[in-house]
Design a protein around this ligand. Sequence first.
Ligand code: ASP
Length: 356
Amino acid sequence: MREHTMNAAIAAAVLLLSALPAIAQEPPRWSLAIHGGAGVIERAGMTPEQDAAYRVALNRALEAGAAVLRDGGAAMDAVQAAVEVMEDDPLFNAGRGAVFTAAGRNELDAAVMDGTDLRAGSVAGLTRTRHPIAAARAVMERSPHVMLAGEGADAFAASVGLEQVDPAWFFTERRWQSLAQILRQRGDPIPPRPAGAPAPGGAMAEAAQPPLNERKYGTVGAVALDVQGRLAAATSTGGTTGKRWGRIGDAPVIGAGTYASNTDGCAVSATGAGEYFIRSTVARDICVRTREGATPQQAAEAEIADVGSIGGDGGVIVMGRDGTFGFAMNTSGMYRGAVGQDRPATVAIYGDEAPR
Ligand code: ASP
């Protein structure tokens, strides 16, 4: 009888203990962080109008993602929504406004990763798909593959109904002039203006044109945690100005520019000198660091120090499974922003501003 009572007491205690985490654990609070590229971005090099234009654009992208998360939507939908806004914005080197290859083309790379099941999709060298990030997601969800490149990638995107545009859609005068400048410095020939591009000095004389001597990476990315605790990452880019021979950077390489893992407690998107980020397997390394107990901020800083030690410059954004995030860069600035259930949207450009 005494034994029976004791067993019942133990059973009750076990029941209580197993219920405790459920009582103590609150549902995850949604959180979103974005970047629009890192590089030599200094106050002295920006007019007040340019500074303001970037902040407006970053806030717009944050709001697109926050609207999804606030409604209980998926982290994957949120990162795609935020990135698509930046892909359509000529200020950023992704989608419209992408940099040019040496041959005078826009070749677009993008990737997504779902932290819950490690599914991933990526595309490289797109020339006709308006939203490369949507193509990357379609590769993940609607093909048996992880990475598609070139003509085939555009054909796949078209086959699943994604919007196709004339390549001139991606043209901006600012990026064209940057290409001309780089090719002149290299002593290489300047290709003819792309078919369908506006005449020089025409429509693209926007007020917010940054100076042509800018040295920055304008890749865009987003990382998010949703209220169901799912992590997701997305990155989209035109790559580097004057790239040749079908060059592909880190953005579409899973584990280099993009990675997410709920088990490891991280979602990562990078921007910078892609070759170095590939060699350092930056995004995956960061997730190993968070798995081993580093906070997103610690993991981001340690990894940027490592990539810097082999000569790479750039930045990363990292989301943790509790919604805390990290920003790190070894450049003077990075276009960036964050918003969450508990915090209003904040955007920043220079290295000395929060969030960082
Ligand atoms: N990481 C990109 C690349 O190397 C460039 C960028 O961040 O803008 O393709």
